[in-house]
Design a protein around this ligand. Structure first.
Ligand code: AMP
Length: 283
């Protein structure tokens, strides 16, 4: 059986182990997660392994990025299975803090991201979300002090927000993005896919298919706004409640009027029953 990673559950233990890892290899790469690991997370870890000799994975379901009505209480937690998967990939350290360690009594500071965090996509539907994400990621970077951190393109707006934040605050961390890992039928892997009923699961791949259809139509010269509206209408017909289907500049995430203003990213968020799914593709 592969050796289990060291598990740090206190800041003192984290400091001890990261000091050793830094001394052994010079470079540390961090993969932040909320656990309930799937093959997409594990590909992030594989990419991390290729980038540095020492890999730290954090597992923390961050309460401050969930709104009160969201799924914090029911978010899947599979710590033992996560550890076994990370052991198989020879992860050196798992940082698994408690809520109290991350947010001790009296905690009163919040990172307030702008730019890609305020473009009317996820931020419009989850107003507190990126403040929570930026704050917890800034803390993880300060605690682990990695040279590199790997994030998934699955959460594309988050990737842009975190990249901007690390640069703006001089955190000394380079953020790398990793392409989205999908099921054979195209559905992006997500810890939340376990919420889908069999009927919803059967419909869910349409999200990716419609994104691809929209990209093909735009590449063929169809007007951007009408194509996005048609895509959203098709998803509604299939049974999704669409929050947005947007065509944006791939770096700034600002709206664009023509292909010439690209590179382009298509982003979608839609609900199937109680489950909210997001996806995106480049073109
Ligand atoms: P989460 O645990 O959902 O917060 O995700 C932790 C990291 O894994 C984030 O950087 C996500 O973007 C990334 N991730 C989640 N799902 C996927 C996927 N299907 N493919 C690639 N990366 C992913």
């Amino acid at each position: 059986m592969p050796r289990r990673p060291t598990i740090a559950r206190s800041l003192a233990a984290l400091e001890r182990t990261t000091a050793r890892l830094r001394w052994e290899s010079g470079r540390i790469v961090l993969v932040p997660t909320m656990g309930a690991l799937h093959a997409g997370h594990l590909d992030l870890v594989r990419l991390a392994r290729m980038k540095a000799r020492r890999v730290v994975v954090s597992i923390f379901v961050n309460p401050t990025q969930f709104a009160p009505h969201e799924d914090l209480a029911s978010y899947p937690r599979t710590f033992e299975a996560d550890l076994a998967a990370l052991a198989a990939l020879k992860v050196d350290l798992v940082w698994a803090p408690t809520d109290d360690i991350m947010y001790p009594p009296g905690f009163a500071t919040r990172v307030a991201p702008e730019g890609p965090a305020t473009v009317g996509l996820e931020d419009k539907f989850r107003p507190q979300h990126f403040g929570g994400v930026a704050t917890v990621v800034a803390k993880l970077f300060a605690q682990v002090r990695p040279h590199l951190a790997v994030f998934g393109e699955k959460d594309y707006q988050q990737l842009k927000v975190v990249t901007r934040m690390a640069a703006d605050l001089d955190l000394g961390v380079t953020v790398i993005g990793m392409p989205t890992v999908r099921e054979p039928d195209g559905l992006a892997l997500s810890s939340r896919n376990v919420y889908l009923s069999p009927q919803e699961r059967a419909r869910a791949p349409s999200l990716y298919r419609v994104l691809k259809d929209c990209a093909a139509r735009i590449a063929a010269g169809q007007p951007i706004a009408a194509t996005a509206a048609d895509g959203a209408a098709e998803l509604e017909r299939i049974g999704f409640a669409v929050d947005y289907l947007a065509v944006r500049h791939a770096e700034t995430l600002q709206p664009i009027a023509s292909v010439a203003d690209g590179p382009i990213r298509l982003l979608v968020a839609a609900r199937l029953g109680q489950t909210r799914l997001i996806d995106n593709i480049g073109m």
